[in-house]
Design a binder for this molecule. Structure first.
Ligand SMILES: [Zn+2]
Length: 187
């Protein structure tokens, strides 16, 4: 039930499947989970999941190190990479600012690391590519404020409004996402 979108009924079905399957299937599953956890790390630069740190994208000399695309989750990197036209780097926040937060506890997200990266590196543009919904909007505004406080001249852009409000970046089709990235606006 701790897995995303798994309710009690589905969880029950999984448990009965594993009980009926005999020893082989559950043992293979357990080994696969163990291997996954042991072999996948977090990139020390962008915080994407990777089997190495820095990850393939951060280590790629042909990518533009001066552009950082800020996304919420590692899956969003895959969505932007599928477009095939983005050649900059990423920064994965590993979540969004919760709406019920009284004060923003930025330490639960990789926001301080983003600020440090932008301060230390030569950056020409920060692209905020968060979901066009309330948590995404709240987080975007919060990050923009922090970045502007550090450097008022910094170019910060947002994805264009090709994406409908309330939609999920991970499920956006490539054409919509590509046009939103192309027509991003300066904030
Ligand atoms: Zn990386």
């Amino acid at each position: 039930m701790r897995l995303p979108s798994v309710g009690r009924r589905t969880a029950e079905r999984f448990v009965f499947y594993l009980l009926k399957a005999g020893k082989k299937d559950p043992a293979e599953l357990a080994l696969a989970i163990k291997t996954l956890i042991a072999s996948v790390k977090s990139c020390a630069i962008c915080f994407d999941f990777s089997d190495r740190s820095p990850c393939v994208i951060c280590a790629d000399k042909n990518r533009d190190t001066t552009v950082i695309c800020v996304v919420a989750e590692p899956q969003d990197v895959q969505a932007v990479e599928r477009i095939g036209s983005y050649r900059g780097h990423y920064h994965i926040l590993r979540g969004l600012v919760p709406l019920d937060a009284i004060a923003v506890d930025e330490s639960i997200l990789k926001i301080p690391e983003l600020i440090t990266r932008v301060e230390k590196q030569l950056i020409s543009e920060v692209i905020i590519a968060l979901n066009p919904d309330l948590p995404g909007e709240t987080t975007a505004m919060y990050i923009e404020k922090l970045l502007k406080e550090k450097n008022a001249q910094l170019k910060i852009t947002r994805l264009a409004r090709g994406l409908p409000m309330g939609s999920d970046l991970q499920y956006a089709d490539e054409i919509t996402l590509a046009s939103a990235l192309k027509n991003r606006t300066t904030v």
